[in-house]
Design a binder for this molecule. Structure first.
Ligand SMILES: NC(=O)C1=CN([C@@H]2O[C@H](COP(=O)(O)OP(=O)(O)OC[C@H]3O[C@@H](n4cnc5c(N)ncnc54)[C@H](OP(=O)(O)O)[C@@H]3O)[C@@H](O)[C@H]2O)C=CC1
Ligand SMILES: CC(=O)C(=O)O
Ligand SMILES: [Mg+2]
Length: 413
């Protein structure tokens, strides 16, 4: 067994199995404590909440509690390995919520027969939580699931693989285009993958100025074009009126490659076909569409990003979901809307242009980081992400009328 594999297994097995636990927040030592925490004292908040459901935010952990919910149908780029196998990833998301935004979170892996059954299961438990982070649910079901749950729940429901990924991709892409001297409205974009992450990433890039007809989206069968009759309604939106059929057809002369598909689908020879100063976001986890070493060997003028922590330029939804939920929970937003997402894009990308704190350099094991080809986006452990992104998101919630509490004027300042 490789050293790294054993290290990863040991990390998950020790000192206790898994990565999260529950901690008490009040004293529960004495008989007096117990009479308050449990019977008879617990009856008092029960009565209050029964009379006024909003008091659940006052007397329970609801307001700082996010459920990470999956059915395990698209676990990273590993595919449909079922709910139980997805548990380490979901515990990982809970770890990240706590580590980066002090949000308590619990993973819930749901077995189900039909999409309706999944939706019912989540909708029926939603009131327990302050927010729901849907994770690793494959397309196209993920679109219907998220839409139905947003309609049925009065707390934010956010499919991280769609919107978290799109927000971070847009933030990194705007900066990368800036560095490469390219105009988002002019660039030819190849998107490998046509699932949850791909559709959301391309829609957000279009909102940021990219031209739909300059996007070539590919699934396992090749380019999605207007003469295909085997594509769902979500892929249909990206059907390009083109004669291009293969990855090689599409990437010839392309400025940008965004990979949200699977491992090793982009060859060094494909990279050589791209336009000058190309950008490659190979975001499949754990193994990217192309290894950075191979891509850099093929092109000197490249900006390269992956979803991983062990290469420069980590384009990963961890840069978004803890912070966007912090802002949404603090504003008690009823939803996470477009304005909140766009606010997150700009808050994230601006940080990369500023001087990097020493704590980030130390945690990254480097002497310096400066906005440029090897540093297009902040590191996840950057302490500025929490206040900046949460504030931008919460203010956007207030401005768009979805906040349900007043924010202190100096919130996160
Ligand atoms: N870095 C990050 O932050 C994130 C990265 N991702 C990565 O994106 C990938 C997709 O995730 P997600 O969108 O949630 O999953 P989905 O199952 O919703 O979509 C997967 C898509 O990728 C396509 N695909 C898979 N393998 C290949 C291949 N070999 N060649 C071409 N297309 C392929 C599928 O094609 P078809 O439609 O034909 O089946 C499908 O369109 C994963 O690798 C995941 O790790 C996802 C979220 C965040
Ligand atoms: C990062 C992530 O959410 C994924 O790869 O699915
Ligand atoms: Mg995911």
């Amino acid at each position: 067994m490789s050293d790294f594999r054993q290290q990863a297994l040991d990390y998950h097995a020790n000192p206790k199995p898994g990565k999260i636990a529950i901690q008490l927040t009040t004293s529960a030592e004495t008989a007096d404590d117990l009479s308050l925490a449990y019977s008879p004292g617990v009856a008092e908040p029960v009565r209050e909440i029964a009379a006024n459901p909003d008091d659940a935010y006052k007397y329970t952990a609801k307001g700082n509690l996010v459920a990470v919910i999956t059915n395990g149908t698209a676990i990273l780029g590993l595919g449909n390995l079922g709910p139980l196998a997805s548990k380490p990833v979901m515990e990982g998301k809970a770890l990240l919520f706590k580590r980066f935004a002090d949000i308590d979170s619990i993973d819930i892996e749901v077995k189900h027969r039909t999409t309706e059954e999944f939706i019912d299961t989540v909708a029926n438990i939603a009131d327990t939580f302050g927010g729901i982070n849907l994770e690793d649910i494959k397309a196209p079901e993920c679109f219907e699931i998220e839409k139905a749950l947003i309609a049925r729940c009065n707390i934010p429901v956010f499919h991280d693989d769609q919107h978290g990924t799109a927000i971070v991709t847009a933030a990194g892409m705007i900066n990368a285009l800036d560095i490469q001297g390219k105009d988002i409205a002019e660039v030819i974009i190849v998107c490998m993958g046509a699932g949850a992450a791909a559709i959301a990433c391309m829609e957000l890039l279009i909102s940021c100025g990219a031209q739909r007809e300059k996007i070539y989206m590919l699934d396992r069968k090749g380019v999605i074009h207007t003469r295909r009759d085997d594509i769902n309604e979500y892929k249909q939106r990206f059907a390009n009126n083109t004669d291009k059929r293969t990855l090689q057809d599409a990437i010839n002369g392309a400025d940008v490659f965004v990979g949200v598909s699977g491992p090793n689908v982009l060859a060094a020879d494909d990279v050589k076909l791209m336009a000058d100063n190309p950008i490659i976001f190979a975001c499949s986890n754990p193994d990217p569409e192309i290894k950075p070493e191979l891509a850099h060997a093929a092109r000197q003028d490249l900006i390269m990003a992956t979803g991983r922590s062990d290469y420069p330029n980590q384009v990963n939804n961890v840069l978004c979901f803890p912070f966007i939920f912090r802002g949404a929970l603090d504003a008690r937003a009823s939803v996470i809307n477009e304005a909140m997402k766009v606010a997150a894009v700009h808050a994230i990308r601006e940080i990369a242009k500023e001087e990097v704190p020493q704590s980030v350099l130390t945690a990254s094991g480097v002497e310096s980081l400066e906005f440029g080809t090897e540093y297009i986006i902040p590191k996840p452990m950057d302490p500025r992400l929490l206040p900046r992104v949460a504030r931008a998101v919460a203010l956007a919630a207030v401005e768009t009328g979805v906040a349900r509490v007043e924010l202190p004027e100096n919130y996160m300042l």
